[in-house]
Design a binder for this molecule. Sequence first.
Ligand SMILES: NC(=O)c1ccc[n+]([C@@H]2O[C@H](COP(=O)([O-])OP(=O)(O)OC[C@H]3O[C@@H](n4cnc5c(N)ncnc54)[C@H](OP(=O)(O)O)[C@@H]3O)[C@@H](O)[C@H]2O)c1
Length: 270
Amino acid sequence: MTSKIAVIGFGNIAKAIITPLLDKKIINPKDVFCLVNSKKSLESIKKNYKYEVNIFQANSKDSDIVWDCELKLLSVKPQHFREIFDAKNKNSNANLIISILAGVSIEKLEKKFPNHKCARVVTNVPIKIGKGLTGIAWGQEISDDQKQFAKKIFDSSSKIYEFNEDYLDIFLALTSSGPAIIALIIEALSDGGLSGGLTKKLSEELVMEMILGTIALIKEQKLSTAEIKDMVTSPGGTTIAALRVLEKKSLRSALIESIVSASNKSKEFS
Ligand SMILES: NC(=O)c1ccc[n+]([C@@H]2O[C@H](COP(=O)([O-])OP(=O)(O)OC[C@H]3O[C@@H](n4cnc5c(N)ncnc54)[C@H](OP(=O)(O)O)[C@@H]3O)[C@@H](O)[C@H]2O)c1
């Protein structure tokens, strides 16, 4: 990737997206142009960030260079969206803004940046270790070349799914909230092991290995989840005793509703 990338808001999630690109030398630090709000963040990044990217304070005189980049990743908190210097009539139509802001629609982006093409992205925390999932919804009139360029930011550290914007809320619920739900399930199952006398460490290890093994089995043998369930559930056995409890406590319904609820919340933010 040779072109310059601007990062408007070089905070936690922006670093999680940009650092793997620098680690893998997909982009050169000298081609990354970042904006932050405070002097404190500016100095901290200069001092502590492991790459020497170009970094500027928002609204400083020399920060215009950031807005000249062909591709911009917009990654401030949603409440700071209004404060962003509007690059409107300054840049040409060749520019593309990719926003990761929760709850800011493509329509709002296109109003704010009328001379830019706009896309909206949802990604999740495993992107930090190259195992992320990224959903992209494209705004109007984005060329194939621009799409390819934009996708390069995410495809080295995540699997990319392209959607109509309407599906980004449910994608966010499943993939961005999902890690918290899975972490809670791991914790609860481990507590079950603890109740049976295992140490917390061993219990957690067993749960995680069991989950990884089950996923591998489903994938490698192309089994359905129902087939896995039948495989380990014998008449009058231990598994049906466990499943009976989960049905009684409505676990299945609770999980479905948790995703619907997260998706509705995301729609509410928009
Ligand atoms: N799409 C997703 O999957 C996903 C996942 C997680 C988060 N997010 C979104 O990511 C965004 C950032 O979250 P975060 O956790 O990374 O926040 P963060 O760590 O607080 O980073 C925000 C960054 O924006 C900078 N900033 C604030 N006002 C600015 C301005 N006017 N001009 C330029 N830069 C400005 C901040 O600088 P200072 O440090 O100086 O204030 C900071 O560097 C949020 O909108 C959130 O919704 C999206």
